[in-house]
Each structure stands twice: as C-alpha cells, then as structure tokens.
Design a protein around this ligand. Sequence first.
Ligand SMILES: Cc1cc2nc3c(=O)[nH]c(=O)nc-3n(C[C@H](O)[C@H](O)[C@H](O)COP(=O)(O)OP(=O)(O)OC[C@H]3O[C@@H](n4cnc5c(N)ncnc54)[C@H](O)[C@@H]3O)c2cc1C
Length: 414
Amino acid sequence: MQQPQSTALQPSRPLRTAIIGGGAAGFFLAINLKEFCPEMDVAIFERSKRVLAKVEVSGGGRCNCTNSFAEVKDLSAVYPRGHRLMKRLMKGFSQRDAYAWFEHHGVRLVTQDDQCVFPMSQDSHTIINCFLYEIRRHGIEMRTESKVESLDTLSDYDFIAVTTGGSPKAEGLRWLADMGHEIEQPVPSLFTFQIKDEALQALMGTVVEGATAMIPGTKLRAEGPLLITHWGMSGPAILRLSSYAARHLAECQYQAPLAVNWTGLRDIEVTEALNDIITTHPQKQLQTIAPCGLPSRLWTYLLQKCLGQRSNSRWGTLNQKELHRLANMLSGGDTYQIAGRAPFKDEFVTCGGISLSAVNPSTLESRHVPNLYFAGEVLDIDGVTGGFNFQAAWTTAYTVAQAIIGHCPPSLSK
Ligand SMILES: Cc1cc2nc3c(=O)[nH]c(=O)nc-3n(C[C@H](O)[C@H](O)[C@H](O)COP(=O)(O)OP(=O)(O)OC[C@H]3O[C@@H](n4cnc5c(N)ncnc54)[C@H](O)[C@@H]3O)c2cc1C
C-alpha cells in the first residue's frame, strides 16, 4: 500500500468529505479515510433504505470479494474496460492488499481452486458486518434515503466522492454529464444468452468444462465451462463472452450468431480423436462412444444435428465427408442464434459510465470539478466474474482515500 502524499490544506475546522453512494466502494472509501485521517468528518449519503445491497447478494450470497489473480496473465482479459488504469492503480492497492485488509479487519478469507476469494464463513454478511462495525467505530455519518444528484446541497463539504455504482441508463449520469464529465454510454455486461432451440434446452444442466464461445465474424471469444440451461446458455464462458462483447451485442440488440467449440481442440486434433475411435471400435454405434470427453447427451444431440438419420450408424461406416463435418462441428463450427439476454441477473454489471478521460488517472479526481472524485462501478471500469469487480471497487476507493488524505494537514493524518 502507498502512503499518502501531502499537499495539505490548513483549515480552522476538521475537513469534511461527503460520499454519495453506500455500496462497496463508498464504505471502503469512508473507512480508509477515517483510518488515515481520524479527524476528518465523513458522511455517506445513500438513496435507498438499505446500504451494501449488492454486497449482500453478491456471489450467490457468499460475496466473491476478490481473486488471487494467479491465473491472470493480462489484465485486459479480466477488465475488458479499464485494464490500463487498474494496472496503474493496483500498484497502490492490489488484490494482496485487499486480502490483507479484510483479514486485518477480522474477515477470514479463503481462496478457492478457481482462484476466487470468499469469506471463510461463505456468507456476505461477514463483510457487511465488518463494514458496519467500522463505520460505527469511526463515527462515520450514515444518511440513508438521501439521494444526491447535485453538489449544491453539499457545499459544506471540502471533498465529494461519487460512488453511485453502475447506472444502467445514461439518464442516471445526466447530473454528472452536466458538470462536463464525458460519459461512456452504459450497457449491461455479464449476462447469459437466450437461444431458442428446444432440443438444446432439453439438455439443461449439461456442463462442458473446456468450451470456447465465439461471435463469428469478430475476434470476440471466451473460454471456460459452459452450462446449457432451459433458456439457452450460461456458465463462465458465456458470461465472459457477454462482457467482452457487451458493446457489440448491445449494438446488435442482442441478436447475433454464436459459435461453440465444444472440445477446445482444433479441427485436426478432433479428426485424429475420431479416427482413433474408427480404428479401435468400428463395429460400435456412433452414439455409444462420446469423443473428446463430451457428455453423452450432448454428443447424441450434436450427432443428430450433424448427421440426422445417419447418427444411428456404426463408427466404421463414417465416410470422409461425415468425418469432416463432425470434426468441424466439435471444434467450433457448431452455430446458434442468440435471441436476447436471459431475464436472470446472475451477476450483472454495467459497462460504461464516467469516462476515464474525465478523471486524473493517479487520483481519480474529476478534471472538471476540483475536489470531486469517483470510485467504483460508476467509472468506466468493469470486470468479468471472479471477484474482479469488487477488486476494482476496493482499488479505486483506496486510491480516492489516499488522494483526499493527501490534502490533510500532516499533523492530522496517520
Ligand atoms: C447479483 C450480483 C452479484 C454480484 N456478485 C459479485 C461478486 O461475487 N464479485 C464481484 O466482484 N462482483 C460482483 N457483482 C458486482 C459488484 O456487486 C459491483 O461491481 C459492486 O457492488 C460495485 O460497487 P459500487 O460501490 O461501485 O456500487 P454499488 O455496490 O452498486 O453501490 C452504489 C450505491 O450507490 C447508491 N446510489 C446510487 N445513486 C445514488 C444517488 N444519486 N444518491 C445516493 N446514493 C446513490 C445505490 O443505491 C448503491 O447503494 C455482483 C453484482 C450483482 C448485481
């Protein structure tokens, strides 16, 4: 963690900070401000009755609060928007700092095999209780049912931080745009796909571990487990693709082709695997041996889709054309039509928001309004599933806390 740089104000009263938005970023910012500058007056303004509502439901109620990043080679793979800024800011507050912060504040964490980090309690309330305890301990003022959409009412405050989260509609950001802030059009990210194919939907619950989902005609592709559902497709590969393709799919009004590589293998490798079976089991029926570790119900569906009536034949009777068609279908040639976003919000975040060109990249201070800062999902930073969105909230909130503390007289800051 970095220590604050001081360009101190010398006020005759304690400095005051207003935080607009009582979510993950707002709470983390408030607590860090008070930890480094106990004399500062800090108030959180939250529009609804309840604070931390998203933290509560996050990760299926378990709160996937960060990720080890052990499998992340390039931040652009996990932050489709904002990866350069995250790389810069994580030098000041990384996933390791977040892990240490929570443990230091009494939240024991555990890293799963997939590198996602959760509270050991497997309960998001552990994090909520930690935040609420710290808020009370530091005497941070909490004003619920206090929607703020103008800075006029906050003229008593020296610093203001906007932590209002993702705004699904640009309208919600109008008041910030009116101050001169550039806005990246908000569109949804992290959604599942509706696919109208009854035979596919009948396979609901089927999971293919190493699939690749792609939008043909683009470079947009994502790998990972793919889950067939009763409305179409879901699972990490689809959620990741929805994030990479968030803008493209919005422009297409969520009507686009989708190609799936069910094996994660190249055509030549699948052909080899199919030829092996032809050699070793020529008398067996095609349906009885699922190649490349495919679930057998999915194999039967794909066989039927590819060979029709011939799907009842024996391996040894496959001709070269059929072999080629099957290999192609298993290695990326199987296509579907996305018919919309599924109505279920598995983990919904907003792509877009306050443009990163509107803020100083070191402090997240507005380039248009002095002493106004932004943190969390209101910024045009969003990640894929796996704890990356909360990490962005912690990192940006910490950055803003440091920037504000930099203005505190050294005698008042720790
Ligand atoms: C169902 C679900 C599950 C998720 N699970 C995970 C997960 O496991 N891991 C992960 O990393 N991410 C997850 N996310 C994403 C994550 O929750 C968000 O990225 C994160 O909460 C963003 O934090 P934030 O503080 O910026 O915004 P928020 O948490 O959305 O908080 C913003 C707050 O500001 C308030 N507000 C808005 N406008 C105003 C206003 N004008 N005046 C006053 N208050 C205002 C809102 O009511 C809200 O309380 C999930 C999201 C959803 C929807």
